[in-house]
Design a protein around this ligand. Structure first.
Ligand SMILES: Nc1ncnc2c1ncn2[C@@H]1O[C@H](COP(=O)(O)OP(=O)(O)OP(=O)(O)O)[C@@H](O)[C@H]1O
Ligand SMILES: [Mg+2]
Length: 576
């Protein structure tokens, strides 16, 4: 809790000056607020004592000045502190996003994307509420409460003691009811989050729902949850209206006690009528701040919890740390794996004793059954994960000692499934090189055999591809991925071949593009096609995370029974 408060205060630091200005306005507003009842009292004092017109005008003038000062100072305070709150939230959102960009894949493996979204929306909203009231009200209400207690005692000790006698009843009622309202609205919020989860899944999985005729099932699921939310919301309304009734009655009782007991004190001659008016006005300033303060306490608690969830992202360790020691002079593009071992969870070994080299310009094919660890091995080279033992060298330098971005600029990955951003084709190709010229982009598209189909689109290179590239075919998406790799012009290429066979024409276009791309580059290719394997300089056979054989195709078919088996059962035979 304290750590979270310190963390939040860190975001306040840049706005110190504005904060001080806001709190100064707050002090002025509070002082004027406290003077207000006294100014009202003065007016009535003149009236009851039948003073002169001049005295009356002075008293009313005082009241006017105090009222205006109070309102203007409150306005200034709310403006200043409101601005600070919004800026702090903006800064926090920016740091969370910044962090998310650099967190390692290991973080995302264990994270629900819904939780990240909810941190950015719900938690930020809670934080904003907490900040708004925390910054704006805590000090003001506390100061005003303390001052009011002194003022009340100053006016009439006995009446003040009577007043505080009735206070606990009111506080207990408001606290009880407040707690119930909070509990119900929290569980309504949670259910609503769950309903949003169902909605999200239905939208992204709509094709599955329709294909498997799950509409009725989905509808029922949604309806049950929706109805449950209605139940909770109705309960919410019932409790909060009941709370309003009880709190209203308690407040009326409170006022009645003050007026009744005050009237007796006035008739007894202990108190002037004008003082009683001041007393009543001040007494209204007691219950208010107390319930506001307890409300703020709850809001701050919720904001702290929200901040802790946000801090979990901000403080998540970047497992793949970037601490460059060595520089690369001229890049050759040579890779060595030395006794590399790797696990995702620290327990189940996925890769063991992996040693092999990839010489500049060489093509190495990685083959093995599903789950053998081929994709995992390929992910270690751009340091999506770091190995648990052994080392990977790039041009003779341990990749952990190179600048991460320098390393990754040397490597292009053409994955099995291409991820396209919801942007134009041009921007999707250029994502490898943000400052790429138009000519370079078109050249890359031509080399990737993508230029033809791009020109056929309505807007050519400016065609938007839709979310995840939904408006393009699988083969077209893949050719865009290949164009990205051409534009990046890396010294090392990692290819994860698609397992499904495309039709012969598309296949040939992609194969042709890949052949050009692989020329003169060190290429690690996770191969599923016999033709790819036959063309590779060397084949590495992976089984259960271990290299079981290395060699050329013809040689391995003879010497390695496991490989011969793989060839017969798994590899896609090219149609001739
Ligand atoms: N992010 C992850 N977290 C935990 N375990 C994982 C993760 N990714 C893969 N694994 C596990 O690691 C093992 C190797 O997976 P990998 O994706 O490297 O296999 P593969 O050889 O590429 O298989 P395929 O040919 O089916 O693509 C599998 O048993 C898989 O369950
Ligand atoms: Mg794989």
């Amino acid at each position: 809790m304290q750590k979270a408060l310190v963390g939040m205060l860190g975001y306040l630091a840049p706005y110190k000056a504005l904060f001080v200005a806001g709190q100064t306005a707050m002090l002025v507003a509070t002082a004027a607020g406290l003077a207000f009842p006294w100014m009202v009292r003065n007016v009535f004092d003149v009236l009851f004592a039948a003073g002169t017109m001049h005295m009356l005008l002075v008293a009313i003038g005082g009241l006017a000045v105090v009222s205006v000062v109070r309102e203007v100072a409150n306005f200034a305070k709310n403006r200043a502190l409101g601005h600070i709150g919004q800026r702090m939230i903006r800064d926090m959102r920016a740091s969370v996003y910044e962090r998310l960009l650099y967190l390692s894949l290991g973080f995302y493996d264990n994270q629900n994307s819904g939780d990240i979204t909810s941190s950015m929306t719900n938690d930020m909203a809670l934080l904003q509420q907490g900040l708004a009231s925390g910054l704006t009200y805590i000090l003001q209400q506390a100061l005003s409460l303390i001052a009011v207690v002194f003022l009340l005692f100053g006016i009439d000790v006995v009446l003040t003691l009577i007043l505080f006698g009735t206070l606990p009843a009111i506080l207990i009622v408001s606290k009880r009811m407040g707690d119930r309202v909070k509990a119900i609205s929290r569980s309504t919020q949670e259910r609503l989050g769950y309903l949003m989860g169902i909605l999200n899944q239905s939208v992204s999985g709509i094709a599955v729902i329709q294909a498997f005729v799950l509409e009725n099932y989905a509808r029922g699921f949604f309806r049950d949850e929706n109805d449950r939310i209605l139940e909770k919301s109705i309960e919410n309304i019932q409790v909060s209206t009941a709370a309003g009734l009880l709190i209203g009655l308690a407040n009326a009782l409170f006022l009645l006690v003050v007026i009744g007991a005050g009237a007796l004190r006035v008739t007894g001659g202990y108190l002037s009528p004008a003082d009683l008016i001041a007393f009543i006005l001040y007494s209204e300033m007691v219950a208010g701040p107390i319930s506001v303060l307890s409300g703020i306490y709850i809001e701050i608690n919720r904001a702290t919890a929200a901040y802790q969830r946000i801090a979990a992202i901000l403080e998540a360790p970047v497992e793949v740390a970037n601490r460059p020691v060595e520089l690369l002079n001229s890049v050759q593009g040579r890779v060595d794996f030395h006794d590399v071992a790797f696990t995702y969870d620290g327990e189940r070994p996925i890769l063991k004793d992996i040693s092999f080299s990839l010489a500049p310009g060489e093509t190495v094919a990685l083959v093995g059954p599903s789950g053998a660890g081929k994709s995992t091995l390929a992910k270690l080279l751009p340091r999506f994960y770091d190995p648990d033992a052994g080392a990977i060298l790039f041009d003779g330098v341990d990749i952990r000692e190179l600048d991460l971005h320098v390393l990754r600029r040397q490597i292009a990955i053409v994955p099995q499934e291409t991820y396209l951003f919801s942007m134009s084709i041009r921007d999707n190709i250029a994502c490898g090189e943000p400052r790429a010229s138009d000519a370079a982009i078109k050249r890359a598209a031509r080399l990737a055999n993508a230029d033809d189909f791009i020109r056929e689109q309505d807007l050519g290179y400016d065609t938007e591809v839709g979310e995840r590239g939904a408006r393009l075919s699988g083969g077209q998406r893949q050719r865009i991925a290949i164009a990205r790799a051409f534009l990046k012009d890396p010294s090392i290429l990692i290819l994860d071949e698609a397992t499904s066979a495309l039709d012969t024409h598309a296949e040939r276009q992609i194969q042709g593009a890949l052949d050009t791309l692989m020329r003169d580059r060190a290429t690690l290719i996770i191969a599923h096609r016999l033709s790819t394997i036959e063309n590779a300089d060397r084949i590495i056979v992976l089984q259960d995370g271990r290299i079981v054989a290395t060699g050329a195709h013809a040689e391995l078919v003879e010497t390695c029974a496991f490989y011969a088996d793989l060839c017969r059962n798994q590899f896609v035979q090219a149609e001739r």
